[in-house]
Design a protein around this ligand. Structure first.
Ligand code: BYC
Ligand code: FE
Ligand code: FE
Length: 488
């Protein structure tokens, strides 16, 4: 499974042995490079970045570090090795040999999953396009670029599958991936969070913390797939994903650490040029809720079909005993049909009485297990996010601040699923529209919060120096010091 770097497209899938595919991918490559120069990191084509490149797919020692100009990065196709006699591990086809071709009856479903996954990769690069110009340090700038080139490689990973297994449709989908644009009203990216602007480095750390972490859970679920090429490619993507989440989780921790230090200089952290914890909490509320939406509806027949077919499993399917999930149910809090009821009690002013202030009525319900697969994956995800929040809170405690961060309730600020279109407080309490309007600036970033955070985003490009609002990392990349010239 050695990676062949002597070819135009580095790969460990014997691309030169499949001329048709090789031609199709070589045909797509210039389009990708055009897209990268147009939509990739701004003003970055001529700088040297200390990047890691995959040299083998084995878990130990797969990475090589060196200075690379990003347009010269060797984007390629890397799959983990096939396992002998591998069987489908869940769903209706459990126990049958895994597929190495697309099963005809599941073709549309599978294409849709792969296209959705693929679309997020270039989207995130587009969203992060301008951040390099305001990086708080060379170390952070380098990490941003590392994430960007690897998301580009994830696009390659999915395009390889589309072009290898989906014929003409696959080639058309591969082209369309380079045509959609994050946030474009006419040709937007597919999923909500990938059309949301990432305007500053606080957005970036929270995105890599929360949104890339959705990627982790989705990729884990796809790495269980009975369609083996998808399982093998997502497994390797996961090894790259770990660094993206590291950047986000430690980025927030370093902000928290710095805020603790600044609060000793001035109890008003903003006056000391830092990011106060209430502002951080609002940004956290925003990105966590946007990322929760990426798991789809709580009750989903799509998810049930994906599971039944054996295309998309659960997180670490082997942790479960029953891999068919035909029996059993999942208890969740839903919104009563008709969705909203009269607001109860309390005096309301005339304007609100004219339009009755209505709020959601909650009711617990058992749903068939297979239809709850999105929610089950979201549960795993929320536990993982909580672990990180607990860690940040230990940093706050050690730093002598009494503020604490928390995840908002899963009902808060949702745009997908059963809670969408309704209003809930961060603790999950139902709200009327008027209550939400009155309080929302306390819960998600207001225009003045955004302007304040924006005012901090001044680039620091000197070796060993860092912006005032964030602490340096405890160690550098690949054993290098923080002072290392990560970008030149
Ligand atoms: N925004 O049954 P439902 C990553 C649509 S991140 C907009 O509830 P389903 C990365 C849905 O498509 C990981 N639309 O949902 C991170 C459906 O549309 P139609 C990406 C949404 O299908 C950082 C309708 O609502 N990978 O890798 O069970 C940087 C009702 O659907 C959204 C994947 O997502 C939304 N948030 O599940 C770089 C894996 N949510 O049919 C990269 C592949 C739902 O009415 N995707 N809809 O037109 C899937 O497995 C599923 O499609 C989803 C949704 C989990 C996304
Ligand atoms: Fe990715
Ligand atoms: Fe990622």
């Amino acid at each position: 499974m050695a990676i062949n770097y002597s070819e135009k497209i580095p790969n460990n899938v014997d691309l030169s042995g499949n001329k048709t595919l090789q031609r199709a991918l070589e045909h797509w490559q210039p389009g990708f490079l055009n897209w990268w120069s147009e939509m990739g990191p701004d003003e970055s084509s001529n700088i040297d970045v200390y990047l890691r490149t995959a040299i083998s797919v084995e878990t130990d020692g797969w990475a090589h570090f060196d200075y690379v100009k990003m347009p010269d990065y060797r984007w390629g196709i890397f799959l983990t090795p096939p396992e002998a006699d591998k069987k489908i591990g869940f769903g209706d086809n459990m126990g049958q040999p895994v597929w190495n071709e697309v099963p005809g009856e599941f073709r549309n479903m599978l294409r849709r999953i792969i296209v959705t996954q693929a679309d997020t990769e270039p989207a995130s690069v587009e969203q992060q396009r301008l951040l390099g110009l305001s990086a708080p340090s060379l170390y952070d700038q380098r990490n941003l670029f590392q994430v960007n080139v690897e998301e580009g490689r994830h696009l390659w990973a999915m395009v390889y599958i589309l072009q290898s297994y989906f014929g003409k449709d696959g080639r058309e989908e591969a082209d369309a991936l380079l045509e959609r644009r994050s946030g474009d009203p006419d040709k937007p990216r597919i999923l909500g969070a990938f059309n949301q602007p990432i305007e500053n480095w606080l957005d970036f750390y929270l995105f890599t913390m929360f949104t890339d972490r959705d990627g982790k859970y989705q990729l884990y679920a796809l790495s269980e797939s009975g369609f083996d090429p998808l399982a093998r490619t997502t497994k390797f993507m996961l090894t790259e994903e770990a660094h993206h989440m590291f950047v986000g989780e430690t980025g927030i921790d370093r902000i928290v650490l710095r805020t603790c230090a600044l609060s000793k200089e001035n109890s008003d952290v903003r006056k000391a040029g830092g990011i106060d914890i209430p502002t951080l909490q609002k940004y956290l509320n925003l990105w966590f809720s946007l990322s929760e939406d990426l798991f789809g509806g709580e009750i989903s027949s799509n998810a049930a079909d994906f599971f039944a077919a054996g295309l998309k499993g659960r997180y670490k399917e082997s942790q479960y005993e029953d891999h068919r999930a035909l029996e059993g149910s999942y208890r969740m809090t839903t919104v009563e049909s008709g969705k909203v009821g009269e607001a109860s009690g309390a005096s309301r002013d005339a304007s609100e009485r004219a339009v009755p202030a209505r709020m959601p009525v909650l009711v617990d319900k058992d749903v068939p297990l297979r239809t709850a697969m999105n929610e089950i994956l979201r549960d795993n995800y929320i536990d993982d996010c909580q672990r990180a929040v607990d860690k940040w809170n230990r940093t706050l405690e050690k730093g002598g601040l009494s503020d604490r961060l928390s995840l908002p309730h899963r009902r808060f600020h949702r745009k997908q699923g059963i809670y969408s279109g309704l209003h809930f407080a961060p603790d999950g309490k139902p709200l009327t529209e008027a209550e939400w309007q009155a309080r929302k600036n306390d819960w998600v970033p207001s225009a003045s919060d955004i302007a304040y955070v924006e005012s901090l985003m001044k680039p620091v490009t000197e070796r060993g120096k860092i912006a005032n609002w964030i602490a340096p990392p405890t160690r550098g990349i690949n054993g290098q010091a923080f002072e290392f010239e990560y970008v030149r």
